[in-house]
Ligand binder design. Structure first.
Ligand SMILES: [Zn+2]
Length: 405
């Protein structure tokens, strides 16, 4: 009943009658268990209601608990859910008694009351361009930057560890965070053991383009090899430092434009790499790719298990409110173990209230006074309100060029 009420309220949106719009916060995540929400399941009607809600407001996003991969594996083994932190970050396992590794076979991981202390992202196309220019091995330079990030994280842990619990009594003294029952003058160091820190990866498509001129839909071999290397390296760091390092597909809301500027300064404009104002988000296919939602899911699945610290998959729906199509694709994503978003380009006329998926001029009253809501990544954002935009230029250009995002 609570879920139904929540979905119904969310679906209606807020505002004056006839002018209602979806709210962007809070984000809603649907925890999908095939047994409960699959075909013939006891709660199948809730899933159907959720899909109807997504078809109007993009939310909820769907988290597979029973498909393949990291998040479902924890649910199946321990009955525990790793909730994404809104956008896309997922915590690494931390065991009740053993810490990074389980103490014994009865030890269970805990995901509540924990947190992430931040991410530092690699600039992979720049690393490849530099290795070519200096005629050095790509992996030697990549390792240098991985070490650099590792040391930044270690410094962050030790810097934060010196903070006093009094800096946030609710979190550190009154049990807000796990183990947060310290005295006001205590240092918060012990609480950081279960905190994840992330190595961010973005612009994989541009890395592949620079490597051999192909996009991720044409050839992903090199990108997959690089990700395999990064995963091995981080596993080694984790062991040596006893820190919960994770690999995170950087959403790059602003970094998507900054990385291009940085690249151009050193290496100029290269077709497919730095000729647009933005780079691709994490391991996603380029937004301009003319591919079907099924192809996009399949292409992105190849990288799924290499980004356990943060990831999301979404497809843009070319069909207007085709509920069956959305349902089929979300179910497919749930089988594949995805954290899946429904992506529509929502537009509302602020003058007459007309609502349509994509419009620049209201077909009913001719007004350009529109509100548009687009998916930023895991979050939704107003890309336009009353004719103005709140996003950076690079992201706005990316949104305008989206075809299969
Ligand atoms: Zn209008």
């Amino acid at each position: 009943m609570a879920t139904r009420a929540l979905l119904k309220v969310h679906m209606e949106g807020q505002g004056k009658k006839g002018r209602k719009k979806p709210v962007l916060f809070p984000k809603i995540v649907f925890l999908y268990d095939e047994k409960l929400h699959g075909e013939g399941g006891e709660l199948e009607d809730i899933f159907e209601l959720a899909v109807r809600c997504s078809s109007k407001t993009m939310y909820p996003d769907y988290l597979s608990l029973t498909g393949e991969g990291y998040v479902p594996s924890i649910y199946k083994k321990y009955g525990k859910i790793i909730s994404p932190m809104g956008c896309r970050a997922f915590l690494s396992p931390w065991f009740e008694r053993g810490g990074i590794e389980p103490a014994d076979e009865n030890d269970t991981p805990v995901y509540v009351g924990r947190f992430n202390i931040g991410v530092v992202s690699l600039h992979l196309p720049m690393i490849l361009a530099r290795s070519r220019k200096e005629n050095r091995d790509f992996y030697v330079i990549l390792d240098y930057y991985l070490e650099l990030i590792r040391n930044l994280h270690l410094r962050t842990y030790s810097y934060l560890g010196e903070m006093k619990a009094s800096t946030n009594p609710l979190a550190y003294c009154m049990g807000g965070f796990r183990g947060g029952n310290l005295q006001l003058s205590d240092k918060i160091k012990p609480l950081l053991d279960s905190a994840t820190s992330s190595f961010g990866i973005t612009a994989l498509n541009e890395l592949q383009r620079l490597y051999n001129g192909k996009s991720l839909t044409e050839d992903a071999e090199f990108s997959l090899e690089v990700m395999g290397h990064i995963n091995e390296k981080i596993a080694q760091f984790k062991k040596e430092d006893h820190r919960l390092y994770a690999i995170y597909g950087t959403p790059a809301e602003n970094l998507c434009g900054l990385q291009v500027k940085q690249f151009r300064k050193k290496f100029g404009i290269i077709e497919g790499v730095s000729d647009r104002e933005y780079v691709s988000n994490s391991f996603h296919c380029h937004v301009t790719e003319n591919i079907t939602p099924i192809e996009k899911q399949d292409y992105e699945k190849r990288f799924w298990d290499l980004f356990n610290g943060g990831k999301i998959q979404y497809v843009k729906y070319p069909v207007d409110y085709n509920l069956d199509a959305i349902k089929t694709l979300v179910r497919r994503a749930m089988k594949m173990g995805f954290y899946e978003g429904v992506n529509l380009s929502l537009s509302y006329c602020d003058d007459c209230g007309h609502e349509e998926l994509s419009m620049d001029v209201c077909p009913v009253c001719g007004s350009r006074n529109l509100t548009k809501i687009d998916r930023m990544n895991g979050y939704l954002s107003y890309s336009r309100t009353h004719g103005d935009t709140r996003l950076n230029d690079a992201k706005m250009i990316e949104i305008a060029e989206r075809r299969s995002m």
